[in-house]
Design a protein. Structure first.
Lengths: 258, 133
């Protein structure tokens, strides 16, 4: 991207896949233009991180806080979905220009900002409702005795094999299941896994693990929340089950018995 | 909501419409921007399940600004329909366009990005509404 205009860009920054660029709720006014790579925009809705947009080169992030002013926290998080180069604009260089803009243009911009905040809220509320309904559907199809413990989460550290649903059958990615319940699981995997295969909220995977010797459980689940793992170079995925055979549900149900 | 006095300085005409009048039709051309002086206006989008209300705007809110601050000559992205009798002011579009063009490049980029995000968010919302039962 050319650097035309009176004021030079402040800094070029590089982010690795999975890096957090902006954190929802933080106070920051910097604006970023994406030079290369893809950035995901996430909003937190009652503890679930929901991806609301994917942005690419030439697009701007962080403009909402800038336009809303200093007292307003970041309304969404931005996370690198691949290795990215961004140009960070110091807010000061635009504050004066924005203040000098004709009042009417500022009012119009404010009008759209207000609409965007409102629509984004509706979108995240809607997605959350949809995902909850899908998670409940999986629970409904279970046998009655195990559904009683549907909220019991068993903590563990179990290796599993997984692959995206539309990938070749011989593909094997490795992950560690950190906890599991009747509705879903938490898995930690190497960030490098997500370089070759998309790992974003909404992506669906076949997962296979042995909870008991010689007894494999196959699950299909999709990512609803994606975070950086505790260890560097890892990602942590909150997943909800989208499909499981009756047999596998039973096996998991037995495993989850306290 | 009160109307900023500066807004009146670029209102070129005032017009009243009865309930359910279509002020802006989705897909049509035109680059007029309106400000609501009295009453309420619903912003709607056509979906596979009929018209979906995106939001309801009131006095002081603008209608049709998305297209101006993105790029000219794009078809209207949403419809604006009177919710009860309304009075709207038509703004001096030429003046607004000149003012807009005179802004620094980065500031224009930033605001255009906001308009694009709003459009994408509405698309997202429509997709979710269409997918739900």
């Amino acid at each position: 991207m050319k650097t035309e205009g009176k004021i030079p860009p402040v800094a070029r920054l590089k982010y690795a896949n999975g890096d957090l660029i902006i954190k929802e709720g933080d106070f920051g006014l910097s604006i970023y233009e994406i030079i290369s790579g893809k950035v995901g925009i996430f909003v937190d809705s009652s503890g679930t991180e929901i991806q609301v947009a994917t942005l690419g080169p030439g697009m701007i992030i962080g403009e909402m806080s800038f336009l809303a002013g200093t007292s307003s926290p970041r309304s969404a998080s931005a996370r690198a979905l691949e290795n990215c180069t961004l140009e960070a604009w110091h807010p000061n260089m635009l504050t004066t220009a924005y203040k000098q803009m004709p009042t009417i243009l500022r009012l119009i911009t404010g009008n759209s900002l207000k609409s965007l905040v409102r629509v984004n809220k509706m979108v995240s509320g809607f997605s959350l409702k949809k995902r909850r309904a899908e998670a409940e559907q999986v629970q409904d199809s279970s046998d009655p005795w195990s559904s009683k413990r549907s909220f019991y989460r068993k903590e563990l550290d179990k290796e599993c094999v997984y692959r995206p649903v539309n990938s070749p059958k011989n593909l094997k990615l490795f992950g560690q299941i950190k906890d599991i319940s009747r509705g879903g699981l938490q898995m930690v995997a190497k960030t490098s896994n997500s370089l070759d295969y998309s790992h974003v909220p909404g992506d669906e995977f076949f997962i296979s693990a042995q909870f008991k010797e010689g007894q494999k459980v196959n699950m299909t689940a999709k990512i609803i929340k994606l975070q950086k793992g505790e260890k560097s170079g890892t990602i942590s995925m909150g997943m909800t089950f989208t499909h499981m055979t009756h047999e596998d549900q039973k096996r998991l149900g037995f495993f989850l018995m306290p | 909501m009160t109307i900023n006095p500066q807004v009146y300085s670029i209102v070129v005409s005032e017009e009243s419409f009865p309930d359910k009048s279509v002020i802006i039709k989705e897909g049509s051309g035109g680059d007029w921007i309106y400000v609501i002086l009295e009453g309420r206006v619903k912003i709607k989008k056509q979906t596979s399940k009929g018209m979906l209300t995106i939001e309801t705007l009131t006095e002081g809110d603008f209608i049709g600004e998305m297209e101006l601050l993105k790029q000219s000559n794009v078809p209207r992205f949403t419809s604006a329909i009177a919710d009860g009798p309304i009075l709207v002011g038509t703004l001096d579009t030429e003046q607004l366009k000149r003012d807009w063009e005179a802004q620094p490049l980065r500031l224009k980029k930033l605001i255009s990005s906001l308009m694009q995000n709003l459009e994408d968010a509405i698309k997202n919302f429509v997709d979710l509404a269409e997918a739900s039962k």
